[in-house]
Ligand binder design. Structure first.
Ligand SMILES: Cc1cc2nc3c(=O)[nH]c(=O)nc-3n(C[C@H](O)[C@H](O)[C@H](O)COP(=O)(O)O)c2cc1C
Length: 314
């Protein structure tokens, strides 16, 4: 059966369950009828339900400004059905997609086929919009996607409403492109509260245009000197003895004069190609084998809790 989002046209392909991962070419490009393989394809993902909100208009402005011939497609993530991960771990097997019958595999096909991603995600209650996390939680099988996404540019646009209320959004928003080993071109936090308000400041429009122009250049996001120099997280965990750890990428360093983090001795970076492979193909798989060994013991430990059936449903 072919899975198709109603009204979806343009480049890409119809997703055939269980097949697409092995069908994607090493360059991540899907050949479709009438497809110009030389043309860059840019996918915009808007993670806000607000029509013509700041995420939407800024993603559109960036996409409009990409020079040259370019294929453009937009996804409003909240229009997609993304269920919670069922922790079945099928996706840990090579070339396996997710077993769930929702829109996740289709979306990942689109992400892999794109040459660049632009993600617009607003701050909701001190973090990124919850739909983004729903999508990220489905990336246990990231090892199956990474060959198609590695090195491709990704720009992040993060509108927020109140100065001082961005919370952990910036650090959390970079996790998905980092996991996919994409090159982060920018992580732009934009102060704008009302729908489309970002457009009232011409500096924002100019910034968005420049971002679009630079998307396929060698521009890369450079973290500030109080951020993790590896992943760009602006949240750092304080350890004993003047040590510091990035909770996002796991790099450890020390605090220098005026509390500037120094990561020159760091020997671990969670998002390196090697560590992603090691964690998602090695460690998680090992847990699966351990589960097979411990299954009966676990069932025995759980059994007294089975009958405590106090669940309520809406
Ligand atoms: C439910 C909800 C929660 C929000 N929480 C925050 C917040 O914690 N911090 C903040 O700075 N802005 C917050 N905002 C404001 C939005 O980030 C801001 O309006 C943004 O421009 C929305 O982007 P959009 O127009 O693309 O939807 C919140 C807005 C909503 C609707």
């Amino acid at each position: 059966m072919t899975h198709k989002i109603p009204g979806w046209t343009g480049w890409g392909y119809n997703y055939l369950p269980g097949k697409f991962l092995s069908e994607i070419s090493p360059t991540g490009r899907h050949k479709c009828k009438g497809d110009n393989v030389l043309m860059k394809k840019v996918l915009g993902i808007v993670i806000s339900d607000r029509r013509l909100g700041n995420s939407e208009v800024l993603v559109k402005e960036i996409m409009s400004s990409i020079p040259g011939e370019c294929g453009r497609e937009l996804i409003r993530l909240t229009d997609f059905k993304i269920e919670p991960c069922k922790a079945c771990y099928r996706c840990l097997q090579p070339h396996q997609d997710c077993a769930q019958k929702d829109d996740f595999n289709y979306l990942m096909g689109k992400i892999m086929a794109a040459d660049a991603l632009i993600i617009g995600v607003p701050v909701y209650i001190l973090g990124p919009h919850g739909y983004y996390k729903m999508l990220m939680d489905r990336l246990v099988g990231v090892g199956n996607y990474i060959e198609q996404t590695r090195g491709k540019p990704c720009a992040l646009v993060i509108p927020y409403g109140t100065i001082g209320w961005t919370g952990y959004t910036k650090a959390a928003s970079m996790i998905m492109p980092r996991l996919l080993n994409m090159k982060i071109v920018d992580c732009w936090q934009v102060h704008a509260t009302l729908p489309g308000e970002s457009l009232l400041d011409s500096d924002n429009i100019e910034y968005a245009r420049k971002l679009g122009q630079d998307l396929f250049s060698d521009r890369e996001y450079i973290p500030g000197n109080r951020e993790c120099c590896f992943c760009g997280s602006d949240i750092l965990r304080l350890l004993a003895d003047n040590r510091v750890e990035c909770p996002i990428c796991g790099a450890k360093g020390r605090l220098d004069h005026d509390n500037i983090p120094n990561f020159t001795d760091a020997d671990y970076f969670r998002f390196s190609a090697h560590q992603v492979e090691e964690h998602f193909k090695g460690w998680v798989k090992e847990m699966k084998s351990r589960f097979a060994v411990e299954k009966d013991k676990l069932k025995e430990a759980q059994k007294d809790y089975r009958d405590k059936d106090w669940w309520i449903r809406p």
